[in-house]
Ligand binder design. Structure first.
Ligand code: MLT
Length: 408
């Protein structure tokens, strides 16, 4: 008799975004004449940068020739891409990250959950609340939590509430945690962290021999000069942090798939005897066994992000979405909403009207304005009372959605 992984049975409902899609499809079926505008999932809408398209077309053509054909590539990613990443994303900001420390992958969502493969089962894990649901669900699936408790959280995880009272910055735990997930610029709240605040986390992690899993998938949206793009801008971070980065949101690769994870060579954990064990060889071993690398064509597309044309095009994509975000902030504020985030991230985080839950507001906006957003409670208990709107859409759709919302 086949036994299932019963940890999956502990999961609450479906994954947030498929659940939203289901509700939206039901609404569209029942209201076929309504034109729904989707500002829910953070999926890009603008076409790929031409520099990436050209590089991928060239690579595809190469692959169709005897001379240019390539089979399996290196599991860690091609050296030429890792070099460009190290130089442009890290060395240029004074972070001493080498190409070897960069592992190219097919997505940060996968990496941020797969990383658990190399980490022990008994670590005490902290997440912010609200949080990108993948961090929580992947811990549940791998048996690192207990059951869900009545208020919708899971036993065994430490939840660090982020809200207006703490400026959406998690407080450093009073006690020791082994692993903490931090995401800045933050999904879902759009909040950012200063170097001084991030330094407190790095110091805490180094003092307690903890590991920070730092998700910087939205760093390209940072507008303020003083906000760190990488945790490695903070002294000591190479001893305590893994960083996840993605080409999805900056270069529009959500449907192309390319990302990378940085595992510094001197980063270590411990075995049960308390001996130091380096994490780099473990992740390398994991990738070599379970992953065959990202396609050559896609990696050439990612490399083009760092060309001068690529950089210009990526900058204008970012400007475009950030202009959307400004429009959303302004319109929503003018019509009386309390709005957070959106200054250095493509997400605005609004307070839902009193007497409504986040899901009530979701239904209300869908029915009355035919606009889809994401209920804050879908990101965790402390997200209740909030609602996320994504700036990823055409200008026309963003303008129309705002008009519809303010005219309900
Ligand atoms: C989101 O909407 O939160 C993002 O699309 C999540 C993701 O990148 O997987």
């Amino acid at each position: 008799m086949v036994q299932v992984n019963e940890n999956y049975l502990k999961l609450k409902a479906g994954y947030l975004f498929p659940e939203i899609s289901k509700r939206v499809s039901n609404f569209i079926k029942a209201n076929s004449s309504s034109e729904v505008i989707k500002l829910g999932i953070g999926d890009v809408t603008e076409p790929l940068p031409q520099a990436c398209v050209n590089a991928m077309s060239k690579a595809l053509n190469e692959m169709g020739t005897n001379k240019g054909f390539k089979g399996y590539g290196p599991e860690q990613g091609y050296g030429w891409l890792r070099e460009k990443i190290a130089e442009n994303d890290f060395m240029s900001r004074g972070c001493q990250i080498t190409p070897e420390e960069i592992f190219v992958s097919d997505g940060s969502k996968c990496d941020s959950s797969n990383i658990l493969d190399i980490l022990g089962d008994n670590n005490l894990i902290a997440v912010t609340d609200p949080v990108y649901p993948v961090y929580v669900d992947s811990n549940v699936m791998t048996g690192r939590t207990g059951e869900t408790i009545q208020n919708g959280t899971y036993q065994g995880l430490l939840y660090l509430a982020i809200n207006e009272d703490n400026n959406f910055l998690p407080e450093i735990p009073k006690s020791k945690v082994d692993i903490v997930y931090l995401c800045f610029p933050n999904n879902p709240t759009g909040a950012t962290i200063t170097k001084e605040e991030l330094k407190k986390w790095v110091d805490y992690a180094n003092k307690n021999k903890s590991l920070i899993l730092f998700d910087a998938a939205y760093e390209a949206f940072i507008q303020d000069k003083d906000i760190p793009h990488s945790i490695y801008e903070i002294e000591g971070a190479k001893n305590c942090a893994i960083e996840f980065r993605s080409f999805s949101k900056n270069a529009g690769f959500t449907g192309v798939r390319c990302a990378y994870t940085v595992i510094p060579k001197n980063l270590s954990g411990h075995n049960s005897k308390g001996d130091k064990v380096d994490l780099w060889p473990l992740w390398n071993r994991r990738q070599c066994t379970k992953f065959n690398g990202v396609s050559y064509i896609v990696q050439r597309g990612a490399e083009a992000v760092y060309s001068s044309q690529g950089k210009k095009e990526v900058n204008s994509l970012i400007d475009f979405y950030m202009k959307n975000s400004k429009i959303m902030q302004n319109k929503l504020r003018t019509s009386g909403f309390t709005v957070y985030g959106g200054d250095n991230a493509p997400y605005v985080w609004i307070k839902v009207p009193v007497n409504m839950t986040s899901w009530d507001f979701f239904d209300y906006l869908l029915e009355k304005a035919n606009v889809v957003g994401t209920p804050g409670s879908g990101f965790g208990l402390a997200g209740e009372g909030y609602f996320r709107l994504s700036a990823f859409n055409s200008r026309l759709n963003v303008n129309n959605a705002m008009e519809r919302i303010i005219n309900i």
